[in-house]
Design a protein around this ligand. Sequence first.
Ligand code: KIV
Length: 264
Amino acid sequence: MAGMTISKLSKMKASGDKIVSVTAYDASFAKLFAQCGIDFMLVGDSLGNVVQGQSSTLPVTVEQIAYHTEAVRRGAPDAFVMADMPFMSYATPEQACVEAAKLMRAGANMVKLEGGDWLLDTIRTLVDRSVPVCAHLGLLPQSVNVLGGYKIQGREQSAAENTVRQALALQQAGAQMLVLECVPTSLGQLISQKLDIPVIGIGAGAQTDGQILVMHDMFGLNSDYLPKFVKNFLADADDLQSAVELYIRQVKDGSFPGPEHTFE
Ligand code: KIV
């Protein structure tokens, strides 16, 4: 949506108006998503998988995210654009400042970082220096080698409690949004209730404040591996624009994600 800001997204949470987001990597799709009324776009490091054909997001560099952020910004000059900080680009607060500046200069409105407790100092440092931050908890694709695969997170009671605690700490440190990936619906709901900042889910149930999908998944372009939370909106639409509009409609009216797309 044109003229979107973080305060408008927060007001949407407060009024129960679902936030709809999708990844974008180039100008043409960014323009289409903006025309359809997507609330914000993410230049995700998932571009490693869906654009570059890598088997993980780990090879993606800051320069590549900056390149795609510039393209998205050209296609959607007034959109709210979030850019992912890729693997090992924010290992220290100092490094995070240098690398985040490249993404903000490329046109991002906000950067996203994966992780919990170890990021609190980094988030405080970035926010103090005027870089808005979105945190990311649950399944962390950049940690796939530590997690031992792309698995649902937070199923055990202790893991769920730890995720809630970390979400509150990230908010307290200054994060203004949270992406929550692949957790049980009950945990997605609990964290969304406990936090004041918008919680955007992907495989986190229908009760989060909004949803995000990788654009290729939304169009059914992912033939190799189909996570449970994915829906091909193009299957029920005549063209790309109608598919995006259907996705927006179904998130806004609460019919996506349905029980078949969520984890218990
Ligand atoms: O990189 C990405 O596309 C993401 C989404 C899965 C949230 O981080």
